[in-house]
Design a protein around this ligand. Structure first.
Ligand SMILES: *[C@@H]1O[C@H](CO)[C@@H](O)[C@H](O)[C@H]1NC(C)=O
Ligand SMILES: *[C@@H]1O[C@H](CO)[C@@H](O)[C@H](O)[C@H]1NC(C)=O
Ligand SMILES: *[C@@H]1O[C@H](CO)[C@@H](O)[C@H](O)[C@H]1NC(C)=O
Ligand SMILES: *[C@@H]1O[C@H](CO)[C@@H](O)[C@H](O)[C@H]1NC(C)=O
Ligand SMILES: *[C@@H]1O[C@H](CO)[C@@H](O)[C@H](O)[C@H]1NC(C)=O
Ligand SMILES: *[C@@H]1O[C@H](CO)[C@@H](O)[C@H](O)[C@H]1NC(C)=O
Ligand SMILES: *[C@@H]1O[C@H](CO)[C@@H](O)[C@H](O)[C@H]1NC(C)=O
Ligand SMILES: *[C@@H]1O[C@H](CO)[C@@H](O)[C@H](O)[C@H]1NC(C)=O
Ligand SMILES: *[C@@H]1O[C@H](CO)[C@@H](O)[C@H](O)[C@H]1NC(C)=O
Ligand SMILES: *[C@@H]1O[C@H](CO)[C@@H](O)[C@H](O)[C@H]1NC(C)=O
Length: 316
């Protein structure tokens, strides 16, 4: 439930951000009223969710609101960010509230260096871009495209959790005829097409289709919402899950499927012929017993332990 609310807030805020066209300097209060702290419930996605709601332009100001002596903020390298390594920061600001002017484009990484604060989620990654010119009004796309899920990251447990695939998907428009290409490791991962309920609860016991040969190429044959995850241990709980909305049609003739209704297995299942779309790849296998671990939620602490080696792998 909290997750759904968070996603709803995220989606709402993103549309707001995209609609905004002012070029004025913005002061971004990091974490809004929560400020710069160990996030509530040690939520490792807290600052990623906050950052996803913002658009950072060159010249903007980040305001880290914290209590001097009990928190601090260090700007660090990408590697140090993923490892929570505060040994050799680019700079360290010990007095709160700290204002940092974003004076160049590109990625900025910040962590708290007190205790294990960074490990508990006090870390922020942002991407600063140049101010947008007048944005051309988007014309609906009619030509099908191939989308590589997660781009270079591929189909993995993302280092910072599900926000990775939310971010990957939210700014994209999918139309009928598009292909999703999932790149993953054969035998240690797979792609399950699942219902909204299964996506939300990470119950992968009855996928609608299962692809276990990489790359899996999935043809988007209908409008509406599509949900994917992995059936392997804890992968879904750790954020390896993707929800997309197919809104357009390459022919313009396909009526949208019911909005808001959770697709039942019979209506949501794409035509069988369309699933073996990639030449020689991605054929679904009969869904068998899932090897997914029990549908337990995972604490932030456990999540970090699992994520750390993956984050290290991500750096290579
Ligand atoms: C910073 O935090 C303090 C204490 O929580 C609060 O009173 C103040 O309004 C915050 N400042 C900003 C700019 O949000
Ligand atoms: C942390 O960073 C320092 C300096 O950049 C480096 O010497 C050290 O090996 C790093 N520690 C870890 C655990 O990676
Ligand atoms: C950006 O700000 C930092 C610290 O405030 C400064 O060291 C650096 O030279 C600035 N970079 C540019 C391109 O102005
Ligand atoms: C940051 O933005 C630049 C330019 O928009 C883009 O090329 C780059 O991939 C972005 N980095 C991340 C981590 O999103
Ligand atoms: C998508 O990939 C398939 C092969 O998987 C290729 O035949 C097709 O031309 C690609 N389509 C586009 C629009 O790139
Ligand atoms: C959304 O996509 C458009 C065009 O692909 C790009 O210009 C824009 O920077 C993206 N916005 C975000 C927040 O990623
Ligand atoms: C998972 O879903 C299946 C059928 O969709 C259901 O029978 C089973 O009880 C669910 N398991 C849990 C733990 O909710
Ligand atoms: C996965 O296995 C298939 C054959 O089952 C093979 O064609 C494909 O190249 C393998 N993919 C990777 C990434 O190893
Ligand atoms: C999916 O797309 C349809 C058609 O554009 C839209 O009405 C609906 O709100 C979208 N659903 C979600 C969850 O974004
Ligand atoms: C994907 O589906 C569309 C619409 O059903 C169809 O026209 C197209 O040929 C399919 N592509 C593949 C590779 O199956």
């Amino acid at each position: 439930m909290a997750r759904m609310i968070r996603l709803a807030i995220l989606a709402f805020a993103l549309f707001g951000a995209l609609a905004q066209t002012t070029v004025a300097v913005t002061t971004h209060v990091v974490g809004d009223s929560t400020g710069w702290v160990v996030p509530p419930s040690d939520d490792p996605l807290f600052y990623a969710v906050w950052a996803a709601k913002q658009t950072f332009f060159i010249g903007d100001i980040l305001l880290f609101n914290f209590t001097t002596g009990s928190q601090d903020v260090a700007r660090v390298s990408k590697e140090a960010f993923f490892l929570c390594n505060s040994t050799n920061p680019i700079f360290l600001e010990k007095t709160g509230p700290a204002k940092i002017t974003l004076n160049s484009t590109g990625e900025f990484y910040f962590i708290g260096t007190f205790d294990n604060n960074c490990f508990k989620g006090q870390r922020l990654a942002i991407n600063v871009t140049t101010s947008p010119g007048p944005t051309p009004s988007p014309t609906p796309r009619t030509k099908p495209e191939n989308f590589t899920v997660g781009d270079e990251l591929g189909w993995v447990v993302p280092p910072l959790g599900e926000i990775a695939y939310i971010t990957w998907a939210y700014n994209k428009t999918f139309i009928v005829g598009d292909h999703l290409v999932f790149n993953f490791h054969n035998k240690t991962d797979d792609v399950a097409v699942v219902s909204k309920e299964a996506y939300d609860s990470c119950n992968t016991s009855t996928p609608m289709a299962l692809y276990n040969s990489s790359p899996a190429v999935i043809n988007l044959t209908r409008t509406g919402e599509h949900y994917f995850t992995s059936t392997y241990d804890y992968r879904c709980d750790l954020g390896q899950k993707l929800a997309i909305n197919v809104t357009g049609s390459s022919t313009g003739s396909t009526p949208p499927s019911g909005y808001g209704s959770s697709p039942s297995p019979s209506t949501a299942k794409p035509p069988a012929s369309s699933q073996a779309s990639g030449p020689g790849t991605g054929s679904p296998v009969a869904p068998g017993p899932s090897n997914a671990a029990p549908n337990s939620r995972i604490s932030g602490g456990y999540m970090f332990i699992v994520l750390l080696p993956m984050a290290m792998g991500f750096l290579h």
